[in-house]
Every structure is written in C-alpha cells, then in structure tokens.
Design a protein around this ligand. Structure first.
Ligand SMILES: Nc1ncnc2c1ncn2[C@@H]1O[C@H](COP(=O)(O)OP(=O)(O)O)[C@@H](O)[C@H]1O
Ligand SMILES: [Mg+2]
Length: 254
C-alpha cells in the first residue's frame, strides 16, 4: 500500500457527545480513506447523525478529536468544515426554503461576487450559477417543477436531489451523505448511487449512512456499526456477512 493510501484523510478519535441526559456518542473512533466508501450503520438513535454533525461543524464535541490529513482540526461551524474540504448532506437537509436551488447551492460560499461588483456582473454571475446548478441536477435526472422556484415548493425527493447535487459539485476531500436516498424513488436512488461511485472514483472519502443493506453491499468498502452511541463493529460488507451486519446493528442474533 502506498503511504497516501495508508493514512486516513479523516480520523475521529474517542468522540464523545452529550445532549443533557442523553449520551449520544460514547468514545467513537473511525477512519476514512481517500477513494473508499465507508458505510456508517446503526439503528435509529444509534448516534450516526450526531457523529456526522460533530464532524461537519454543526455540534462541538464534548471529548475526543477530529483529524483531517493527520492534523487536529477545530471545525467550529459548517462553513469551516466546508472550507476544510468536508461536504455534508444532512439527514434533515438544511436547505433554505425561501431560496431557489441555485441560491441554495452557493449560499455562504461567497462566490457570487462581492457587493461592490457592478450590478451587471453580479447578474451574469447569477446566471452562471443557475446554469451550473441546473447542469448538475440534470445529471441526477430529477425533474424540478421550476428551477427558479423556492425549494419550499419542492418534494422531499427533489430537495434531497438538490442537496446531493450540491455536495457533489463542491466535493474535494470528504463527502458525508446522511440517508441520501431515504426520500427517493428507485430511479433517483440509482442516480445517487452512481454519483457516490463517481465521488469515490474521484478520490474522495465518502461516508454513507443508509438503512439499505443492498446499497451497503454494492457500494461500501468498509462498514462501521454504531449502537447506542458506541462503535460495536467494523467489517467489509459482502453478500456473505450481510446477516452478521444486521445482527450487529440491532444487537441480537438474527
Ligand atoms: N440536538 C439534539 N438534542 C437532544 N438530543 C439529541 C439531539 N440530536 C440527537 N439527539 C439524541 O441523540 C441520540 C442519537 O441521535 P442521532 O444521532 O440522530 O441518531 P441516528 O442518526 O443514528 O438515528 C438520540 O437519542 C437522539 O434523540
Ligand atoms: Mg440520523
């Protein structure tokens, strides 16, 4: 193995997180490598989304640390995590209802041009943004009612597609997808799975949260299982150990 392949792009060490009386993460560690899909599995309430939010700057950790390329990083906000190369599709999506898909794409990224730019240039820039966002969403084969309509008017599947498309456009290092196909139909899910394979081929570390074991077996190089805030197992998913994986998730013999 080359040194680059051997060192994780993302490492979480002994992550601990409490919400009042709820101990959501109890010393969780994991590593993610470039060019692999890591499945993060667990029953509802296991702590998956909390871990994602601690990695992507939504929550601070109460204990433990996050390392990017071996460096300890303090990701105080989602914007800081994005700047560091972590793109996240949250389970609760975090799109701005009142903005269009394109505005959602670029919100907070400050590439629309500063306010002192002449109005005409800002306008051109907005057109370019619309085009790029539309092109990516088109690749997902999701039809939106109107591209310039606020996302509040769109279905769960359409919103999910916009969020996945946005992460794909800006992916540089680590892409985290928290149940990205939960609201999608078969055809749209297939597109998202293809996008995940593409992100992996481009050298990203992809962390995929899903309850779909078929998707896990098809795409994941490794799986980490959480149960009640603890990491309870790690294995290489295959058709043969699918049942073992499920019993790890639910904490019982199946
Ligand atoms: N913001 C929050 N405030 C209080 N409790 C939370 C919060 N987020 C998650 N929890 C609790 O933390 C635990 C783990 O939740 P979560 O990470 O969403 O699990 P999963 O994504 O695996 O279903 C649950 O008991 C949940 O109720
Ligand atoms: Mg969750």
């Amino acid at each position: 193995m080359s040194p680059a392949a051997a060192s994780p792009v993302l490492a979480v060490r002994d992550a601990d997180k409490r919400f009042g009386a709820v101990h959501a993460l109890k010393g969780v560690s994991l590593e993610a490598f470039r060019g692999e899909v890591l499945a993060l599995l667990g029953d509802n309430g296991a702590g998956k989304s909390t871990l994602v939010k601690c990695i992507s700057g939504v929550h601070g950790l109460d204990g433990g640390e996050v390392l990017l390329d071996g460096e300890r990083t303090a990701l105080h906000s989602p914007a800081a995590a994005r700047r560091a190369g972590i793109e996240t599709v949250y389970q609760d999506l975090a799109l701005f209802d009142n903005l269009t898909p394109a505005q959602n794409f670029y919100c907070g990224r400050e590439i629309a041009g500063p306010r002192w730019l002449p109005r005409g240039l800002r306008f051109l820039n907005a057109r370019a943004m619309d085009r790029e966002a539309a092109a990516v969403i088109e690749r997902l084969k999701v039809s939106l009612p109107r591209f310039d309509a606020p996302v509040a008017l769109m279905s769960g599947g359409q919103r999910q597609a916009i969020a996945v498309a946005r992460a794909t456009v800006f992916a540089r290092k680590v892409v985290i997808l928290d149940e990205p196909t939960a609201a999608l139909g078969l055809r749209e899910s297939r597109k998202v799975l293809d996008l995940i394979a593409q992100l992996k081929a481009e050298g990203n570390a992809v962390i995929l949260i899903t309850h779909n074991m078929e998707h896990v077996v098809e795409l994941a190089d490794r799986a980490v299982v959480l149960r009640q805030g603890r990491k309870v197992g790690e294995l290489r998913p295959s058709r043969d150990n699918q049942r073992q994986l499920v019993s790890m998730i639910v904490g019982a013999e199946v």
